[in-house]
Design a protein around this ligand. Structure first.
Ligand code: PMP
Length: 323
């Protein structure tokens, strides 16, 4: 769908996947005025194809748009664009349990010109779809994480809460450092003190203290994950206390040493729920619990996937039927 200032959204169309032709001076190439979303369509046991909380993605898309000085897209239009694509590509929704059709709505600034003193007056919103298997090849094998001391993902007042490509471009160097140090993923700390845990590469984090859960609060420097939000609700359903707050790396290490901090897991659309097994990057690192997937981690994973794949009741109306 195209957008032109003064005219609004126009020319919605469905077209075969293929290259785009853009002027080399298109502003997105130079000034990164871009944002995206990620969600999945699941084939449920009943045969229906559903999306998980697409209106939550639509709302986040528009919050990102506001931060990036880009036009908002009506939530209905956002959801209809997904419905139309999934209905057309329904045969691409995998039948294998645990697989899904990943949907990538995104928006780019399309005005040409090398001047930097404007937000673009034209934009293009697109959605692409791709069948997806498990995100980590190890399935629910715990991941090892690297606490980044050299880089920061987001500073107060920056774009950390927006899902814009620039955040990811700036993160690659830290992710590469994590891999070079034998870890699977980078974990970001706060910009001011490099002490408080924010989030993992493409996932939010939860810390389990027995029957109490703690997740870093939404301070404006981390992405408000839809999986994170869903788990805060599911935790209450399971009779657990879930808090949003602050956790320093010292508290993380001390909790593991004393045995009070029993599990740590990461959550997001792509990776669902993934246990964190070990930490590196400060003072030699440490292991979480016995390094294996924790009981509550696996319980949350089952509950969430149960709702997504239709084997558990959808008590919060999270599942949106497409066809
Ligand atoms: N943080 C970052 C940086 C991410 O890219 C993602 C994936 N969108 C998440 C957290 C998790 O968000 P969600 O649960 O909405 O997928």
């Amino acid at each position: 769908i195209d957008y032109t200032e003064g005219r609004g959204w126009h020319d919605a169309r469905l077209m075969p996947y293929g290259p785009l032709t853009l002027d080399p001076a298109t502003s997105v190439f130079h000034y990164a005025q871009e944002l995206f979303e990620g969600l999945k369509a699941y084939r449920q046991s009943s045969g229906s194809i559903v999306a998980f909380r697409p209106y939550a993605n639509a709302a986040r898309f528009n919050r990102s748009a506001a931060r990036m000085a880009m036009p908002e897209l009506p939530e209905e239009t956002f959801v209809e664009s997904l419905e139309l694509l999934v209905q057309t590509d329904r045969d691409w929704v995998p039948t294998t349990e645990g697989h899904s059709l990943y949907l990538r709505p995104f928006m780019i600034a399309t005005q040409s010109g090398l001047g930097v003193n404007y937000p673009s007056r034209t934009y293009k919103y697109m959605v692409i779809a791709s069948p997806a298997a498990a995100y980590f090849s190890g399935g629910v094998k715990p991941v090892s994480v690297w606490l980044s001391q050299d880089y920061t993902r987001a500073a107060p007042g920056g774009t950390g809460a927006a899902k814009c490509g620039g955040n990811y471009a700036a993160a690659f160097v830290a992710q590469r450092q994590a891999v070079e140090n034998g870890c699977d993923q980078v974990v970001w700390l706060d910009a001011a003190e490099h002490r408080y845990v924010e989030e993992m590469g493409g996932m939010n984090l939860f810390f389990v203290y027995g029957d109490r859960l703690l997740t870093p609060a939404l301070t404006g420097t981390l992405l408000p994950g839809i999986t994170r939000d869903s788990l805060l609700t599911l935790a209450a359903d399971l009779g657990l206390t879930a808090e949003e707050g602050r956790l320093s790396i010292d508290e993380w290490r001390a909790g593991c040493a004393s045995g009070e901090l029993t599990e740590v897991f990461a959550c997001g659309t792509a990776a669902v729920i993934t246990p964190v097994g070990s930490v590196k990057g400060v003072e030699g690192g440490w292991t979480i619990g016995d390094g294996g997937p924790g009981k509550l981690t696996m319980r949350f994973r089952e509950e969430l996937m149960g709702v997504q794949y239709g084997t558990r009741p959808d008590t919060h109306n999270w599942v949106h039927k497409i066809c």
